[in-house]
Design a protein around this ligand. Structure first.
Ligand code: SF4
Length: 207
């Protein structure tokens, strides 16, 4: 695993679950508002955190933390994600996965092997408008496959859209929300990148 950071405690990122957050390096999107460029652009990557360090931390927190959020970057790009999540599961943790939905095959494997408890997937835009946000062509078929898999998984899940008002408008949000259950959909404010980058800097300095 290429791990770009660890937040040791959060009460707000995994519903109802005190958790740590593990960030993976690398993403196949280039979202115009991305607040984690250090996890997206290879020339900004820091030296990866040793996986053993993360596992040792999670062993020490057994019984204190209940969950682990795996975020990115895009975690499903990591070739050893399934075995990594199996190792975390073996420690008794619940796992939430944050994904951009570009690898439904990986989601299917994780669901089938019962290695994930909650999935949060970004819906960047109406399917026809994805590239305007992601900066690269996105395959709408795989995005739709991931949505369907998640909805039918029986797991906890959430879809979320960052409302970038320079690209999206209210009718776009209505199109997206019409495709999903309102109880599992959240629209979030598009925060200035500078503010988010400052938060990420703190995160790295705390390691
Ligand atoms: S999918 Fe997420 S991590 Fe990747 S570029 Fe977009 S906002 Fe950044």
């Amino acid at each position: 695993m290429k791990l770009g950071g660890l937040v040791k405690f959060t009460l707000i990122d995994f519903p109802g679950t005190p958790a740590a957050i593990v960030f993976t390096q690398g993403c196949n999107f280039r979202c115009r508002y991305c607040h984690n460029p250090e996890l997206v652009y290879p020339h900004l990557f820091t030296e990866p955190m040793p996986q053993e360090e993360v596992m040792a931390f999670l062993k020490r927190r057994q019984g204190t933390l209940e969950g682990v959020v795996i975020s990115g970057g895009e975690p499903t790009l990591q070739p050893d994600l399934v075995s990594f999540m199996a190792s975390i599961k073996a420690l008794g943790y619940k796992i939430k996965l944050d994904t951009n939905g570009t690898h439904p095959d990986v989601l299917q494997e994780l669901i089938t092997k019962k290695l994930v408890d909650f999935i949060a997937m970004d819906l960047k835009a109406p399917l026809a408008k994805y590239a305007a946000i992601t900066g690269v062509e996105a395959n709408s078929t795989v995005i739709r496959q991931s949505m369907d898999l998640i909805i039918k998984s029986g797991l906890g899940y959430q879809f979320r859209t960052t409302y970038d008002k320079e690209v999206l408008d209210d009718s776009d949000i209505a199109t997206i929300s019409g495709a999903v259950d309102a109880a599992h959909y959240k629209v979030q404010e598009c925060l200035p990148v500078a503010k988010e980058k400052a938060a990420l800097k703190v995160m790295h300095e705390e390691l």
